[in-house]
Design a protein around this ligand. Structure first.
Ligand code: ATP
Ligand code: MG
Ligand code: FE
Length: 350
């Protein structure tokens, strides 16, 4: 089975071609970074127009890279939500048009399920597994029991962790997009232990997260130091923030591992996914925790952590293998939680 995947839910326009033998035949991502940088964040209207402008060309590029033609494609999968609705509509309409024109099945993929199943594309991880989903809009611990079968153990009570990285980077004067820039700055720290930041939720029962207190603490340090910060201050504060986030994550994951083992005594892997999973400090900290707990640890390659269409094509394949497709009147969903029984996190899509 060969599937064309399309991703347009945020500020990456992406197309990919993936086979059910877990082979990525093409994977093209166009970041709209330059379009949004002047505004310090993603502007939904600009994003939707950029998707519209670039998507056809990207699909053509993916086809050319794969050496395949439309006649070789068995189905089309597109992100159906959650995300910025204008962009999602562009991707879904394009996928539906190709599916209708070629008489192919269409699959509307939950973007979060794309992140959640990536480790099965890259490492063939068996169900069940414990998933730490850390991205621009989400921060959740989930038990993944199968395709479409998610049990949420914890979520953020305020900001998503990617959002915390982005806002903190802004406070430090590092610019946008915050996550990768903050990681780069932290690598230059000469005194990473110089600032002592609070560790929200650490030691508390449950598996929920909170990041607003951490951000506020960084703001206080920035105000004390005075702006613009020196490169040294930026680096030391970035390192303190990054290490604290990794410690908080490890504490929450340790608790979730205990719950996971109660639910699934036969065990399973700890998997990390989403844009923040590209962070090397976090990956190293989680690896250490998993080693201590005797759990396998799987983190996808960096480029498959941030938004891409290979994960959407793969989630489409997983659903098609179960005989699941969507009708051509599928309506894009700005909100679409993975665990339908979970109450939505405050102010967050999905
Ligand atoms: P969602 O998946 O929740 O809908 P999204 O698709 O916008 O949100 P992703 O592309 O999955 O988010 O992740 C983007 C986020 O990941 C941004 O907040 C970005 O700052 C963060 N990020 C990317 N690389 C890194 C890194 N190396 N370190 C920390 N954060 C990172
Ligand atoms: Mg993005
Ligand atoms: Fe994402």
């Amino acid at each position: 089975m060969i599937v064309l995947g399309i991703e347009t839910s945020c500020d990456e326009t992406a197309a990919a071609i993936v086979t059910d033998a877990r082979e990525i035949r093409a994977d093209v991502v166009l970041s709209q970074l330059d379009d949004h940088t002047p505004y310090g964040g993603v502007v939904p209207e600009i994003a939707a127009r950029a998707h519209l402008e670039h998507l056809d060309g990207l699909i053509r590029r993916a086809m050319a890279e794969s050496g395949l033609g439309f006649a070789d494609i068995d189905a089309v999968a597109a992100t159906g939500g959650p995300g910025l609705i204008g962009g999602v509509i562009v991707g879904v309409m394009t996928a539906k048009a190709i599916a209708a024109a070629r008489g192919l099945p269409f699959v509307a993929v939950n973007h979060l399920e794309g992140h959640a199943l990536t480790a099965r594309l890259t490492d063939n991880v068996p169900f069940p597994y414990l998933l730490l989903l850390v991205s621009g809009g989400h921060c959740q611990l989930l038990v993944v029991e199968g395709v479409g079968r998610y049990r949420r153990l914890g979520t953020t009570i305020d900001d998503a962790v990617g959002e915390a990285f982005d806002k903190t980077a802004k406070l430090l004067g590092l610019g946008y997009p915050g996550g990768p820039l903050l990681e780069k700055a932290a690598a230059l720290a000469t005194n990473p232990g110089r600032f002592d930041l609070p560790r929200p939720m650490v030691g508390r029962p449950g598996c929920d997260f909170s990041f607003s207190g951490l951000k506020t603490a960084v703001r206080r340090h920035v105000e004390e130091l005075g702006t613009p910060l020196s490169g040294e201050d930026q680096a030391d504060l970035a390192a303190a923030f990054q290490n604290t986030v990794a410690e908080v994550m490890a504490d929450r994951c340790a608790r979730a591992m205990r719950q996971f083992k109660e639910i699934h005594p036969q065990g399973g892997a700890l998997v990390v996914a989403g844009g923040v999973a590209a962070n090397r400090t976090l990956r190293a900290r989680l690896q250490k925790l998993a080693d201590r707990e005797g759990m396998p640890f799987v983190a996808p390659p960096l480029r498959l952590c941030t938004d891409n269409a290979a994960m959407i094509a793969w989630a489409g394949i997983e659903r098609l293998r179960l005989g699941q497709t969507d009708p051509l009147d599928f309506a894009p969903r700005p909100r679409w939680p993975l665990d339908p029984t979970a109450k939505p996190a405050i102010g967050k899509a999905g």
